[in-house]
Write a protein that binds this ligand. Structure first.
Ligand code: FES
Ligand code: FE2
Length: 462
């Protein structure tokens, strides 16, 4: 049993009176869910407090005492691997008067000392000392009361660390459900089934966070929004990059899939053949490719294809509600800042030579992989962010209320299939995944979850 300081979400009272059946309908949603600061405040509890939210990757804190700064909604968090090896999500918020205690993005530390008045905490959250304690009455600092707040439930799935403040949330495994399969496939093509995160592209946009998530499996916008990127790719080589969007995307063998709990997946892999080297063949052109390819082919013969595939971006979009997207070789994290401001971070990932059979070529593979990972954030994501900002601008028009997501709705049977487990599959441009996610959103926003923190370093899942 987890000992938690339980509290009502508070958000329930904030947004009391909102008619969710009106705001979120089968074919459309109100602009208000993207523009209303009260709804945003409620989301920070009912979503970014009540469901499992991605906070960090284990490769960022490989050793005991490592830490990395993160956020859980708007809460500043320090993700630590404490001195005993347990991964924790500590609130980066001094128990004294509230200052952040850690102001460095990542590092290694056995504890954290608040820069304001010097209160010190171990990396498991326990208060370890205060300056001039004789200024406090004898028992004033006893017990857990002044330990850092921390998230009682922190768990990871194959390197991805998630946290939730909701004692009633399902296990992480159950929460992820069907989306574990594409995550497994994404990892299992790497040696040892692992990646390490490396550097990141960071892009902020003036728009609501949901605009990024709505777009995450949207195959409808690509030919229009990314026209210049596609034109550039096709000018250099006819069959590279996202050429499968060129004609009618619904005529291509790709599909969009919905797993439940807001998780979805756009799988473009059926556009390529299943054989070593096929992924490399469709990779867009990047600086340095020819040189590495020539070198690998000369030295490795047939095996060059496998090595080159490791540097290629996998044509998938795997989206874990509410804030984690795996696309190409990236881990993209969405971080809400306000109702109309959002950070997106595109972490690159590196191959790890787990069994030692890549040897000296690892550096060339990861350097090339970094080149393949620079492409989309620079040439594609800017198109998307412009859309998000222009939607936010358009939604300022208060009398024009509705945002439609009804593409595919009411069409003939067979367009969309639902398997026995409830997994839905549809054509690449269908908006079924958005409609299903909005049903989950509506359920979460209508709930009043009992979320809470703990100050007991021994509490929680461990
Ligand atoms: S606010 Fe941290 S020691 Fe005072
Ligand atoms: Fe896009």
């Amino acid at each position: 049993m987890i000992k938690m300081d339980k509290m009502s979400a508070g958000a329930g009272s904030l947004d009391a009176g909102y008619d969710w059946d009106r705001l979120v309908q089968e074919d459309r949603v109100s602009r208000q869910i993207y523009t209303d600061p009260v709804i945003f405040a409620a989301e920070m509890t009912k979503i970014f407090g009540a469901v499992w939210v991605y906070i960090a990757h284990e490769s960022q804190i490989p050793n005991n005492d490592n830490f990395v700064r993160s956020r859980l909604g708007l809460r500043p968090i320090i993700v630590t691997r404490d001195s005993s090896g347990r991964v924790r999500a500590l609130y980066n918020r001094c128990t004294h008067r509230g200052a952040t205690i850690c102001r460095q993005d990542s590092g290694s530390a056995k504890g954290f000392t608040c820069p304001y008045h010097g209160w010190a905490y171990s990396n498991n959250g326990k208060l370890s000392g205060v300056p001039w304690p004789d200024g406090y009455a004898d028992d004033a600092l006893d017990g857990d009361k002044f330990n850092l707040a921390q998230v009682a439930r922190v768990d990871s799935y194959r390197g991805f660390i998630f946290a939730t403040l909701n004692a009633d949330a399902p296990s992480l495994d159950d929460y992820l459900g069907g989306v574990k399969q594409p995550i497994d496939e994404w990892l299992d093509r790497q040696p040892g089934g692992k990646v390490a995160v490396c550097n990141a592209n960071r892009l902020k946009f003036d728009g609501n966070w949901k605009l990024a998530y709505d777009n995450a499996a949207d195959g409808y916008h690509v030919v229009f929004s990314h026209r210049s990127l596609l034109a550039m790719e096709n000018r250099m080589a006819e069959d590279k990059g996202m050429t499968y969007y060129k004609e009618n995307p619904d005529g291509a063998p790709m599909y969009v899939r919905y797993f439940g709990n807001g998780h979805h997946f756009k799988d473009k892999r059926p556009n390529m053949e299943v054989r070593p080297g096929a992924m490399w063949e469709i990779e867009s052109l990047h600086p340095g490719m020819e040189h590495v390819e020539e070198d690998f082919r000369r030295r490795h013969g047939d095996r060059a294809n496998e090595l080159l595939d490791l540097a290629s971006s996998e044509p998938v979009n795997i989206n874990v509600f509410p804030n984690l997207m795996l696309l190409g070789n990236h881990i993209q994290v969405v971080q809400p800042l306000s109702v109309s401001e959002t950070d997106t971070t595109w972490w690159g990932t590196a191959v790890i030579d787990v069994d030692g059979d890549i040897g000296d070529d690892l550096e060339a593979i990861n350097a090339l992989r970094m080149r393949t990972q620079e492409g989309f954030p620079n040439f594609g994501e800017v198109d998307d962010l412009m859309n998000f900002e222009q939607i936010q601008a358009g939604l300022a028009a208060a009398e024009d209320e509705w945002v439609y997501m009804h593409r595919g709705l009411g069409l003939e049977e067979g367009r969309i299939t639902v398997d026995e487990g409830g997994v839905i599959t549809g054509p690449a441009t269908d908006e079924v995944f958005m409609r299903e996610t909005m049903k989950v959103y509506k359920r979460l926003m209508s709930d009043d979850p009992a979320i809470g923190i703990t100050r007991d370093p021994d509490a929680g899942d461990g």
